[in-house]
Write a protein that binds this ligand. Structure first.
Ligand code: ADP
Ligand code: MG
Length: 544
């Protein structure tokens, strides 16, 4: 027997499934209109009034501030996809939503959820095997193909307008941090790659630089800023007087005592600066603060000092310069310094730092405003991930819905070999995959039903790479047209979508400590915690 509190609510069996499915579907529907090159953007305003404009599935879901447990499971799909593949988040979430929609129809026909779950698992496994079979193995040094992979992931994002420049930068950046192992495999180390953003100039002025870019000013104007070969100190200790214990108060009663106190502080600062001077450092990148007086001493010694360097920048400088980060000036030795070239870009107010072994590159992304640069960065991040995956893994697929239609057709054949009600679930899985070409078409204002018929026909006649060119509205060989995705991202999208759908379907009893209908807050009542979002950014884009 379960004894529940007064506020508790309980929903069981079919009601529980219906409730969960509708919450999950609401989330999926909220992002669907952003799918593909012709997808719309969403404007998200957080509780602080900050605005994000994006087309990126995972960003939308994270910012939506959803407070519904089922909807959160779907958001996890996007997060897993982002972590594991870096791209394909909208696809993964949209497929999860469609799987649940189709599952609901089966449950309405009195098919038990366990049979649906079983069928979905079988289908997902089979589809992933087929992906491996369908995938085109590419040469990891085929620049044109890598650029297509980059462009496909950036199309429809803020990065799109300058996608030629950016795709080329992304490919060169990945290649700069790729090492060919003895066994011929390629290893990409994204740790050696950093993105820096700068507003004020167009995206087409973005560039790939060797070394690090530090967006900081010298602590004093008179300091030297350019060094051909500098001794560089990376420091994460403040060059300040150590704070006296909060409890001890210094009582100063006479002018003499005051003078003594100030002298002591001065001596301490001077001692710290002397340590730096003695080590032979020409440049100090300090993660913490630098006292005014210490700044003055450093300037007098001709040392360039930068304070409050971002932790991530200091970590990257460590890679680029092959130097340790010093955390106690008392232990400082000449050996702790690195040798590097420092240049100051006066106009952009940036430092360019290069090490002797040219470890590490920086992708300097430019854009007119913060909103533009932020969305650019999200697009470029996706592209970096898929290009790295392609270099390391080599398996690619024809996009524009081609792979989904091919998988759906193979799954329908496979379903014939399955007995019982699971067969219907495998077929429902195949139908769910075809959501991708349908939504791509719908978002582009094309007739999704006609196009799906054409696509299916092309695949029936053996054209595995027939997909949708959303710009012309034609069915084409999308691989040849340069719409290329990674097999890895697609496999991941299918497995996380299936897992999430099955997780939702397994629940037949919801026991909530509070009132379910208000768990999403006043204006986001569940189910349909995301209902309010559905109408934003172009709505459903003509979807069925
Ligand atoms: P996701 O978050 O799932 O990556 P996107 O908005 O990036 O969502 O859209 C990805 C989908 O768009 C993929 O199915 C991809 O094949 C398709 N796509 C990208 N470029 C094109 C194109 N030029 N023509 C048709 N489909 C495209
Ligand atoms: Mg994408």
């Amino acid at each position: 027997m379960i004894i529940m509190g007064d506020d508790a609510q309980r929903v069981k069996d079919k009601d529980a499934q219906e409730y969960n499915i509708s919450a999950a579907r609401a989330v999926a529907e909220a992002v669907r209109s952003t799918l593909g090159p012709k997808g719309m953007d969403k404007m998200l305003v957080d509780s602080m009034g900050d605005v994000t404009i994006t087309n990126d599935g995972v960003t939308i879901l994270k910012e939506m501030d959803i407070d519904n447990p089922t909807a959160e499971m779907i958001i996890e799909v996007a997060e897993t996809q982002e972590d594991e593949a870096g791209d394909g988040t909208t696809t993964a979430v949209a497929i999860a939503g469609e799987l649940l929609k189709n599952a609901e129809d089966l449950i309405d026909q009195d098919i038990h959820p366990t049979a649906v779950i079983k069928g979905f698992s079988l289908a997902s496994e089979y589809a992933r095997e087929e992906i491996d079979e369908i995938a085109e193995q590419v040469d990891p040094e085929d620049d044109d193909l890598l650029r297509s992979v980059a462009e496909t992931s950036m199309t429809g994002k803020g990065a799109e307008l300058d996608k030629d420049t950016l795709a080329d930068l992304v490919v060169r950046a990945v290649q700069a941090v790729t090492v060919k192992a003895d066994d011929g495999s390629h290893v990409v180390d994204l740790q050696n790659l950093k993105i820096e953003t700068q507003t004020g100039r167009p995206a087409s002025a973005s560039e790939l630089l060797s070394g690090a870019v530090i967006n900081k000013d010298p602590v004093q104007d008179g300091m030297p800023t350019d060094f051909e070969s500098a001794n560089v100190l990376l420091l994460d200790e403040p060059i300040e007087v150590e704070e006296a214990d909060v409890d001890t108060s210094v009582s100063i009663e006479t002018p003499d005592q005051l003078q003594q106190f100030l002298d002591k502080e001065e001596a301490e600062l001077r001692g710290k600066v002397d340590k730096i001077v003695e080590s032979g450092a020409d440049v100090v990148f300090c993660q913490k603060g630098i006292d005014d007086l210490a700044q003055h001493y450093l300037a007098r010694q001709g040392i360039l000092a930068v304070r409050r360097t971002k932790k991530s920048d200091l970590g990257f400088l460590k890679n680029v310069l092959d130097a340790p980060i010093v955390s106690d000036l008392d232990d400082l030795e000449a050996d702790d310094l690195a040798t590097g070239t420092i240049r100051r870009d006066q106009e952009d107010e940036l430092f360019y730092v290069e090490g002797p072994n040219s470890h590490g590159v920086t992708l300097l992304l430019r854009g007119s405003t913060d909103h533009v640069v932020d969305e650019l960065e999200r697009g470029v991040n996706d592209a970096l991930d898929v290009v790295s995956t392609t270099v390391a893994d080599g398996r690619t697929l024809a996009g524009g819905g081609a792979i989904e239609v091919e998988l759906a057709s193979r799954l329908r054949d496979y379903a014939d070999s399955i007995e019982g009600r699971e067969q219907l679930a495998v077929e429902a899985f195949a139908d769910a995959l075809e959501l991708v070409p349908r939504v791509l078409a719908g978002n582009a204002g094309l007739d999704s039903i006609d196009l799906l018929v054409d696509l299916r026909a092309a695949h029936e006649s053996g054209d595995q790479r027939a997909g949708l060119d959303v710009f012309s509205g034609d069915v084409v060989d999308t691989f040849d047209a340069g719409v290329v995705e990674t097999a890895h991202a697609k496999e991941q999208a299918l497995s996380s979508a299936t897992e999430a759908a099955n997780l939702v379907l397994k629940i037949d009893d919801i026991i909530a400590a509070g009132d379910l209908s208000t768990s999403g807050g006043d204006d986001e009542g569940a189910p349909g915690g995301a209902g309010g979002m559905g109408g934003m950014g172009g709505g459903m884009g003509g979807m069925m």
